[in-house]
Design a protein around this ligand. Structure first.
Ligand code: DGJ
Length: 332
């Protein structure tokens, strides 16, 4: 695993955001925990999401390890790296990260297996089901030529795993590529995914056990060619940050707002401001972590892809603030 080093940026993030009490007392230099785990190894968790459970943050992400190759006969730069499964790291303060090991293993030697290292296993997100007492992970499952486009689901009794892979589905016979999960305050959970050849996003209500899609789904951001969804809520309003589809290359983010998950989503402008806003500061959205919802303070989590050597892709965490219903993400 490659070493990554603390950057001024991460120090900046921690100084700007009202992080949990214990975090505030730590010197800015401790921000290195966001790039390396407590053993000094770089964090390997791409397309990540965070579950907060019992005052602990669990970070889940794609393990990218090995040589990057270009898939033949594609009309776009389809760079791939072996899908090493899903990692998990835990933290009490978002600074010191303990490596919890592999949360969900990928398999080797059978390319027809959906979680083979030669496939696409991306953007894992985990939520907890209070009724079944199970932790449920959803992820993007695909073939290297993107011809499958399914959402995969895995389950565990413990937050850090191990997760047992159950199956993949095309929700309501629809394609599902880049995705995220959202659990609302009423316990309902939703899958949000790029569909229809990445032309249109869809939101689908999951069943009560969160293990399968219901027939209740909507099409949003029609023909807008968006991916990399990151969804959160503030004061009863729902916010959805997405990127344009440009392979591994960065592009301007936009966000959409709605009064209900299955309601009308209104597309807004780029939430990023300042120099670098036109490329989302050279990154692509993956998750938004609530810090203080009442004050409108969140962390915007993104990936800085290195398409020629994907295992060397980096991360970007920035403060995200909501003022008068408008999102603002600034680098400095
Ligand atoms: C952008 C997606 O958001 C990533 O997760 C990955 O699928 C790349 N495209 C592949 O080019």
């Amino acid at each position: 695993m490659d070493k990554k080093y603390p950057t001024i940026l991460f120090c900046f993030v921690l100084l700007q955001i009202n992080l949990p009490a214990q975090t505030k007392q730590l010197p800015a230099a401790s921000a290195k925990g966001l790039t390396t785990d407590m053993d000094g190894n770089s964090i390997n968790a791409h397309g990540a999401g965070i579950l907060k459970y019992n005052n602990t943050y669990y970070l889940f992400g794609e393990i990218k390890k090995g040589k990057t190759w270009l898939v033949a006969n594609q009309s776009w730069e389809d760079y791939r790296v072996p899908a090493g499964g899903i990692s998990c790291y835990s933290s009490k303060d978002l600074i010191t990260w303990k490596n919890e090991g592999i949360a969900m293993k990928s398999l080797t030697g059978n390319a027809s297996n959906e979680i083979d290292t030669g496939r696409v296993i991306e953007r894992p997100k985990v939520i907890y089901n209070g009724r079944t007492k199970k932790f449920v992970m959803w992820m993007h499952i695909n073939k290297n030529d993107y011809s499958l486009s399914h959402a995969g689901v895995a389950i565990s009794d413990k937050p850090a795993g191990p997760y047992t892979y159950l199956e993949s589905v095309a929700p309501n016979e629809q394609m599902s590529r880049d995705m995220t999960l959202f659990k609302d305050e009423d316990g309902k959970a939703y899958l949000i995914y790029a569909s229809e050849n990445n032309m249109t996003m869809q939101i689908c209500l999951l069943n009560d056990d969160y293990l399968s899609p219901t027939k209740n789904y909507i099409r949003i951001l029609e023909n807008q060619h968006r991916e990399a969804p990151a969804l959160f809520k503030q004061n009863g309003k729902y916010f959805l940050i997405t990127s344009l589809c440009s392979g591994w290359d960065p592009n301007p983010a936009t966000y959409a707002v709605a009064n209900s998950m299955m309601g009308t989503w209104t597309q807004k402008e780029n939430p990023c401001v300042g120099s670098g806003a036109e490329t989302t500061f050279n990154s692509q959205s993956t998750f938004v972590l609530p810090i203080d919802e009442k004050k409108g303070q969140y962390i915007f989590m993104a990936d800085k892809w290195n398409k020629f050597d994907l295992q060397k892709s980096d991360y970007l965490w920035l403060p995200l603030n909501i003022t008068n219903g408008q999102i603002e993400i600034k680098e400095n």
